[in-house]
Write a protein that binds this ligand. Structure first.
Ligand code: TPP
Ligand code: MG
Length: 779
């Protein structure tokens, strides 16, 4: 053997051993949690031994060989235990956490950036999203390279290890289209093509369709269908016939025979092709176990095939690897259609252990059953592998936030226009913060007032593209020249992409060691379109400023389909996202200023601003005393007298109606208060945190909601009103036991002008006056 083939066979043998170790450790971790660890609640713990076994060879070849230190990987959710086993072998995962798989502070069910302690590049769990995020992160990397913040030679590959059922998620195809438009590169998606989803074997009709779809979108498709043993057998007399038979075998038939094993393979092959030349003789050369091994020697389980395939894609072209696999490969679960949540029983597990030569009691030994020399060799191999040199995430210094942002001028303003103006002023300011802002929108840049910022800072595109309209001197307010220094990433209309883009931009700090301040705008109702992706970004603690505008029924003539009703509840219910809804331009400016800082704080988070296109008369301010309270969730726009019997509580754009009603009523209800709730979210969170703290920590100071409302008489009445679901504010009655008359929108779908709609949906001053009267009428 020459040195090259000697090295290669040593490499293959090490990776094969690691494949086995990963299969064992992932199975054992799940088995331990299910069958051995004591249970207190009678609930199933769960885990996916078959999904793990399907991928261990792929992950062995990738992590211990093909991966480079700067590459980042999203691991399909149900192979999480394999990722932990890899880090266990590296000495980066503790036995304690492995033993507490799916327990509190143990290994999480699915890889989690925030909850797991091993390096997790991307959280996964909601299938499809963890795949697409790699493409968007690759675009972010290109953005940073173009802006001189990452060196081209440090560019990593963004890799998704995905289940084949993830190919059914629509967001995959939305992402493909967007990726193609942006000239995606440095992205690998490796499909664990076991042709089984959760419920069933997958449709045969998709065979080769995926190749077409991906190739159309500029991807290279590398199919790893046969393992080396199969390829060699196909070259022997009768081999072509077997190859042809495999190619025509349905997914379901293949799975059944895999589950049944060697004897069934033989019977079936003999029945179908036994009379064809040389086939019977060829089959005779294999005993039953050998035949089963041959038939399931698919590309995704063959280390050599995997190593060669990964090596073949050594340029930056996005590449889809379709690695044929068997779900549950190497386990008694292999091929069974119900194996998704299937578990090996203790007897099967024991057989598995014995087969590997692992002594009882040594199940957790990283190198158990290997023997001294082999163990030392494999350990040294792992320590020298690229994953051991993985680039570590670091905390990145904050980008300085200017001491204040100028408030846009104008007696009449909308929060949406003011938002555009604040960004424009920042774009012109030369502040370092402005250089780090990246804006993005799903085809609503102009209508959400990002246009002025984009005119100043340009659209991002790796290859320059002139604005043809501008060159032709056709007048337009929008200058859309595209170049590498541009700071706006224009997306197609798919909101899911938009949220995954925000998540990727918002991870620039931990991923690439340099911060970006992502600002994304979307029509408020279409937040729902990307809701799971929004949750996904927040779950990973990605940091971004989300602007939902216009919102509510206040966009009036634009119609019922565009009205957003429940977004305040989304803002309140979404962890790691602080929701503000300003009424006035100065509030909005203060919130943006606060956000730029909050996005960068260690214990900060993302921010959602719910804005409007309705211009309203701005309030005169004597001083800035309102501001601190506004940033805590609310302030008295008209302070009530001590012990007042009632207050009007409003949020956002409905301010003029609330003020008018207050003016109408203040003579009749002396001391009537007018509370501007700038963030129902902060108020509610502060209140419920205080209640919880009473039992777990020191009681602490009263929450902001309690403090604000404590001015009123016990048992006073509140009218709450906002252009959104009334329940966003009506809970305030519970803070100090007050009666509430809640106004808001709980129906939608009607066009109209504002007076008509505000009257119809009871948001006008009359409705507020009536609701206040009702507080005093009793039932
Ligand atoms: C968005 C979403 N829907 C449903 C699920 C539940 N689920 C988990 S895995 C799975 C099927 C996975 O099949 P595949 O991707 O082929 O992975 P395999 O286990 O076969 O490797 C489903 C439906 C989920 N995790 N996310
Ligand atoms: Mg599958």
């Amino acid at each position: 053997m020459d040195i090259v083939s000697q090295d290669r066979s040593a490499l293959v043998s090490s990776l094969e051993q690691l494949d086995t170790r990963l299969r064992w450790l992932s199975s054992w971790m799940i088995h331990n949690a299910t069958h051995i660890r004591s249970k207190r609640d009678g609930l199933k713990v769960g885990g996916h031994q078959a999904s793990c076994a399907s991928m261990t060879a792929i992950m062995s070849a990738l992590y211990f060989h093909a991966l480079r230190p700067q590459d980042k990987v999203a691991v399909k959710p149900h192979a999480g235990p394999v990722l932990h086993a890899i880090h266990y072998l590296l000495g980066e995962q503790s036995l304690d956490k492995m033993q507490r798989f799916r327990g509190l502070n143990g290994v999480q069910s699915y890889p989690s950036r925030t909850k797991d302690t091993i390096p997790v590049d991307f959280s996964t769990g909601s299938v499809g999203l963890g795949v697409a995020v790699t493409a968007f992160s690759s675009l972010v990397q290109d953005y940073l390279i173009a802006h001189g913040q990452v060196r081209e030679e440090d560019a990593g590959r963004m890799i998704a290890l995905m289940g084949d059922a993830e190919l059914d998620e629509g967001n995959i195809y939305e992402c493909l289209i967007e990726g193609y438009k942006h000239d995606l590169r440095n992205c690998w998606w490796i499909v664990d093509y076991n042709r089984q989803s959760l419920d069933a074997t997958t449709s045969d009709r998709m065979f080769r369709r995926f190749d077409d779809i991906f190739e159309t979108c500029g991807w290279r498709v590398v199919t790893l269908k046969y393992g080396r043993k199969q390829r060699e057998t196909f070259k022997r007399p009768g081999g072509k016939t077997i190859e042809h038979w495999i190619d025509n075998c349905s997914n379901a038939d293949f799975a059944v025979l895999t589950y049944q094993g060697g004897a069934s393979w033989r019977t079936r092959l003999m029945a179908d092709i036994g009379s064809k030349p040389h086939v019977a003789k060829l089959l005779d050369d294999f005993d039953d176990d050998g035949l089963a091994a041959l038939m399931t020697n698919l590309g995704g389980h063959c280390i050599e095939t995997l190593v060669d395939a990964f090596a073949s894609a050594d340029d930056e072209k996005p590449t889809l690897f379709i690695a044929y696999t068997v779900k549950g490969h190497g386990l008694p679960l292999a091929g069974h259609k119900d194996n998704h949540s299937g578990m090996m029983n203790p007897t099967q597990m024991e057989q598995f252990r014995k087969g590997l030569g692992i002594a009882e009691g040594e199940e957790w030994e990283p190198w158990g059953g290997l023997g001294g020399n082999a163990a030392a060799r494999l350990k040294a191999f792992v320590e020298a592998s690229p994953i051991a040199r993985k680039v570590k995430e670091t905390t990145v210094p904050a980008v300085p936030v200017p001491s204040h942002l100028p408030v846009p001028d104008g007696d009449e303003q909308s929060t949406q226009a003011a938002f555009g103006r604040v960004l424009l002023d920042l774009a012109k300011s030369g502040e370092p913060l402005a250089d780090r802002i990246v804006t993005t929108a799903p085809d609503v840049t102009q209508t959400t007032n990002l246009g002025a910022f984009v005119n100043q800072r340009g659209l991002f595109r790796r290859q320059e593209l002139a604005d043809v309209f501008q060159n032709a001197k056709i007048p337009s307010a929008q200058k859309w020249s595209q170049h590498a220094a541009g700071q706006h990433i224009e997306l197609g209309i798919a909101e899911n992409n938009f949220f995954i883009m925000l998540a990727s931009l918002g991870l620039a700090g931990p991923h690439f060691g340099t911060r970006l301040i992502p600002v994304g705008t979307v029509y408020d109702p279409f937040i729902s379109r990307g809701l799971d992706a929004l949750n996904y970004g927040c779950y990973q603690d990605a940091r971004f400023l989300l602007v939902g505008t216009p919102s509510g029924i206040t966009l009036a003539p634009e119609g019922g389909a565009h009205q957003s009703i429940n977004t305040p509840l989304i803002g309140m219910g979404q962890p790691n996202l602080t929701y503000f809804e300003p009424a006035y331009a100065d509030e909005l400016t203060a919130m943006m200023h606060w956000s730029f800082d909050h996005l960068q704080q260690e214990d900060g988070g993302s921010v959602y601003l719910r804005l409007s296109t309705r211009s309203i008369t701005q309030v005169a301010r004597d001083d800035d005393s309102w501001k601190a309270d506004a940033l805590r969730g609310g302030y008295w726009l008209r302070r009530p007298a001590d012990g007042a019997q009632a207050a009007i509580v409003f949020t956002g754009v409905i301010a003029p109606e609330a003020l008018a009603a207050w003016e109408d009523l203040v003579d009749d209800i002396p001391g009537l208060g007018l509370l501007n709730v700038t963030s129902p979210d902060l108020l509610h969170r502060g209140w419920s945190a205080r209640r919880a703290a009473r039992w777990s920590e020191h009681a602490g100071a009263p929450s902001h909601a309690e403090t604000l409302l404590s001015v009123l008489a016990p048992g006073a009445g509140l009218v709450t009103v906002l252009d959104g679901s009334p329940s966003a504010l009506s809970w305030l009655g519970g803070v100090r036991g007050m009666r509430v008359s809640p106004l808001g929108v709980d129906r939608f779908g009607q066009t109209g002008d504002l007076p008509d709609l505000y009257r119809t949906y009871r948001l006008d001053a009359n409705a507020i006056v009536d609701a206040t009267a009702e507080l005093f009428l009793g039932e």
